[in-house]
Design a protein around this ligand. Structure first.
Ligand code: UGA
Length: 444
């Protein structure tokens, strides 16, 4: 099928590439000429495992094209995806200006019937606004072309986006037209193997499904962080509690890992946006507000543990090795990363940071610029050189089993602040290194 995708960000690029991979003819459009130029020359703007070779192969084989020319791209697509950003507005609701600008562009150039698909995460009711924006642009040029607007949210995880796209656990299609549903079913047929993965529903339910999924996951994390904080107070170990509850299939093993708070471009933004949507409809979503505020507090928790160890106000001139900057492993993304809050708190307290992240150093450089109290290191041991203590904030695999004896001799003060509960406190302490974890009340 002929597919057009607006937006070559995370979602658009991964979706376009995977659709090309299964044989569709895909054109990706972006207003950023430098990005499009780069993509044509094999420069991938994000780090995502498996993406680069897939983009290059499909581009070389002529199924995946990149352009800034919206008119020709609209002429190409039977299915036109909107996958541009929806950054949070000042009040936390999603800013729809980019989505609606694309809708207007579609209406301005549409010559033949098409299915327009909202792929971006957009508040309930957005499909109606997209439909209206296209109608208005068509009317402005006196054109009458048939089109459908469908909601088809993405469920990609950063770091596993290609895998999630190629092997989705579900494909949600929200539509009110039988022919649009048929078209999308055909488009996704190559991904819908072995058992039925396509869930068809009305547009508003599909829009809400996306927020419900992310809000549920964020709630699980904040819930466990709340339990972790209670465990610290009462002298229990949340890792034991986690193992004690995860085997109940109604609770499950996934997303019950306590830590330094959730980050990324999705959970913080989507929890807020859903709360705002509820508010706009006269409902105060108290649980969502709590999920957000627990997470906000949790991002400062590691710093509180550091202060507990050293004493409040005693961090001036100390140097902290920080392992991890990205908001999670296998990405270079630092949006809403807990590391940002930690670094700021350390700097405000007069401490220095020697940080290492396998992928996010350039992002850190871009965000923080040159500063005397930050050294970005080339590898994990380098960050330890001259540091007083180690803080681990992202659970990259390579941080999982350090040589604690070496760590003890490298650090001035043998102490580890383990923001993702990667280590067994007993093992660390047996090596003569003090260990602070999250919710590990037995060892603090
Ligand atoms: C999330 C969802 O998991 C995807 O299903 C969704 O499609 C995506 O948002 C989106 O809306 O586009 P992502 O933001 O890539 O994906 O990251 P996650 O893997 O979900 O992790 C989010 C954060 O939660 C990370 O900071 C991670 O460290 C933290 N986390 C995760 C925990 O603190 N504990 C856990 O048990 C799990």
């Amino acid at each position: 099928m002929r597919v057009t995708i607006f937006g070559t960000g995370y979602v658009g690029l991964v979706t376009g590439t995977c659709l090309a991979e299964v044989g569709h003819e895909v054109i990706c459009v972006d207003i950023d000429a430098a990005k499009i130029d780069g993509l044509r020359n094999g420069i991938i703007p994000i780090y995502e495992p498996g993406l680069e070779p897939m983009v290059k192969a499909n581009h070389a084989e002529g199924r995946l094209h990149f352009t800034t020319d919206a008119a020709s791209a609209i002429a190409h697509g039977d299915v036109i995806f909107i996958a541009v950003g929806t950054p949070p507005d000042e009040d936390g609701s999603a800013d729809l200006q980019y989505v609606l600008a694309v809708a207007k562009t579609i209406g301005t150039h549409l010559q033949k019937p098409a299915v327009v698909v909202d792929k971006s995460t957009v508040p309930v009711g957005t499909a109606d606004k997209v439909r209206a924006a296209i109608a208005e642009a068509l009317a402005a040029r006196g054109a009458d072309v048939a089109y459908d607007v469908v909601s088809n949210p993405e469920f990609l995880k950063e770091g596993a986006a290609v895998e999630d796209c190629m092997r989705p656990d579900r494909i949600v299609i929200g539509a009110d037209s039988a022919s649009a549903i048929d078209k999308l079913k055909k488009l996704y047929a190559p991904f819908n193997r072995n058992h039925e993965r396509i869930v068809v529903m009305d547009v508003r339910s599909a829009e809400l499904t996306k927020y419900a999924a992310n809000a549920m996951l964020a709630t699980k994390i904040s819930f466990m962080n709340e339990i972790a904080n209670i465990a610290e107070k009462v002298g229990a170990d949340v890792e034991m509690v986690r193992q004690g509850i995860g085997s109940d299939p109604r609770i499950g093993w996934h997303f019950i890992y306590p830590g330094a708070g959730y980050g990324g471009s999705c959970f913080p933004k989507d929890v807020q946006a859903l709360a705002r949507t509820a508010q706009q409809h006269g409902y105060r979503a108290e649980l969502l507000d709590a999920v957000e505020s627990v997470n906000h507090r949790q991002k400062a928790h590691l710093f509180e543990l550091i202060e507990r160890h050293y004493g409040t106000g005693d961090l001036r001139g100390k140097t902290f090795a920080v392992w991890g900057l990205a908001f999670k492993p296998n990405t270079d993304d630092m949006r809403e990363a807990s590391s940002r809050r930690l670094l700021q708190l350390l700097w405000d307290a007069g401490a220095n940071v020697r940080a290492f992240d396998p992928e996010a150093a350039h992002e850190a450089q871009r965000i923080f610029g040159e500063r005397d109290d930050l050294v970005l290191c080339e590898h994990a041991p380098e960050a330890l050189q001259g540091a007083d203590a180690l803080v681990v904030i992202t659970e990259w695999k390579q941080f999982r089993s350090p040589d604690f004896a070496k760590l003890k001799s490298a650090l001035k003060d043998a102490v580890v602040f383990d923001g993702r509960n990667l280590y067994d406190p007993a093992e660390v302490e047996a090596a003569g290194v003090a260990h602070y974890g999250i919710g590990r009340g037995r060892s603090i």
